[in-house]
Design a protein around this ligand. Structure first.
Ligand code: COA
Length: 175
């Protein structure tokens, strides 16, 4: 369990599958994430989910985001871990809309970034988010991420953001 101020991060479990399926089949969430809408049945999804839990990947680390009271409100992940380059990509989704714009996302991102820099030798964490998703960009900025480029991929326009270990250390001292 990794404890933040408003949230805690924990390992994923099979009981999360129903909530995750609901979020991944939600058209608005898919649009905000530039992700394809999931079309598989829940039975198939559950079977794939169970396999992924049984055989964890060394380059993808996913966590459930819970409120301090223990309510599962979303997920976050760092993936494509590249030990040679010392970097990984970060992703987050607060699936429960009741928890948007209340600082839960920023706390989850800040908590995950601190965990990564404390527990690994990685020196850079990066992400991409849609250029019109101002909420996500504000959330990442609050955590010390800065803009480092733009990308058009599969018809979507993204902004690229990053944080280096040094910036994180400075941000930790400031906040
Ligand atoms: C993106 C997401 C992780 C952010 O988490 P969150 O808890 O809602 O964000 P926070 O409350 O920590 O920060 C959001 C900030 O953006 C601001 N904001 C919201 N909408 C905004 C807009 N249209 N323009 C500018 N700022 C905006 C909020 O006021 C807040 O800033 P403040 O704390 O200074 O008031 C979460 O909303 C989410 O998962 N949304 C759905 C999926 C999604 O967008 N996925 C893409 C992730 S890359």
């Amino acid at each position: 369990m990794i404890i933040g101020n408003k949230i805690r991060l924990r390992n994923k479990r099979l009981a999360d599958a129903r909530g995750d399926y609901t979020w991944q089949t939600d058209p608005e969430l898919a649009r905000l994430d530039a992700a394809p809408l999931l079309t598989t049945t829940f039975a198939q999804y559950l079977s794939d989910y169970a396999s992924a839990l049984r055989y964890p990947s060394s380059i993808r680390h996913q966590f459930a985001i819970e409120t301090i009271e223990g309510k599962h409100i979303g997920n976050c992940v760092y993936y494509d871990v590249n030990e040679t380059k010392g970097e990984a990509e970060l992703g987050i989704m607060i699936g429960n809309r009741d928890y948007w714009d209340k600082g839960y996302g920023a706390d989850a991102v800040a908590t995950l970034v601190s965990y990564i820099f404390r527990q690994t030798n990685l020196r850079r964490i990066y992400l991409k988010t849609l250029d019109w998703n101002k909420r996500s960009q504000e959330c990442f900025k609050k955590c010390g991420f800065t803009l480092n480029g733009r990308l058009v991929k599969d018809g979507f326009s993204f902004v690229l953001m990053e944080i280096y270990r040094k910036q994180w250390e400075a941000h930790e001292i400031e906040t």
